[in-house]
Design a protein around this ligand. Structure first.
Ligand code: IMP
Ligand code: MG
Length: 171
């Protein structure tokens, strides 16, 4: 298994800075709840939080997505839940990567049912052509195929601590 450099820590920093200012200007002073989708978003959320400027609440949710990659299966399990009260709040879902968009779509419905007033989606990475019909409010970087690791993201629980993003290659 080889690792091909994809985005440097400097480039990621620039992207996260841009996302933070987009989110801040959309919130326009409103105190949001940022919900990181574990585990992959923990590094991204930490950086985003420190760049946001506006005060905000942090929470986490952990999900598992079942179903084969090429089937339209949409089963998303919640393994750990949030503790924040979302009633009447602005929620920003913070995802490492939106691939098929199943996780994000299910979370939007779930947080709506918990009483959130507004729900925005922020993804560091989004697959080109992935998640058709799912509006993603803040997208860091659009990418094609290729499995990414690093900056919180894993392959079989490895590589989360790498400061940059890499594409996993065979051989
Ligand atoms: P979705 O529900 O298909 O959008 O899948 C979302 C989740 O799958 C992401 O939050 C990641 O945890 C995981 N995932 C999808 N593609 C990758 C990848 O290239 N690297 C690491 N995790 C990935
Ligand atoms: Mg994830």
């Amino acid at each position: 298994m080889g690792l091909k450099p994809y985005l440097t820590p400097e480039k990621i920093d620039e992207i996260v800075g841009r996302l933070a200012s987009e989110i801040a200007s959309t919130l326009n002073g409103e105190e949001a709840v940022l919900v990181g989708v574990l585990k992959g978003s923990f590094v991204f959320l930490a950086d985003l939080s420190r760049k946001l400027g506006e005060d905000h609440e942090i929470d986490f949710i952990q999900t598992a997505c079942y179903g084969m990659r090429d089937t339209p299966s949409n089963e998303v399990l919640i393994l750990r839940d949030i503790t924040a009260d979302l009633k009447g709040r602005a929620v920003v879902i913070v995802e490492d990567i939106i691939d098929r968009g199943h996780t994000a779509a299910v979370l939007v419905e779930y947080f709506r049912a918990r009483g959130a007033r507004s729900i925005m989606l922020c993804a560091l990475l989004k697959r080109k052509g992935g998640a058709p019909g799912l509006p993603v409010d803040f997208v860091g970087h659009e990418m094609g195929d290729g499995f990414v690791v690093g900056y919180g993201m894993d392959y079989k629980e490895r590589y989360r601590g790498l400061p940059g993003l890499y594409i996993l290659e065979d051989g």
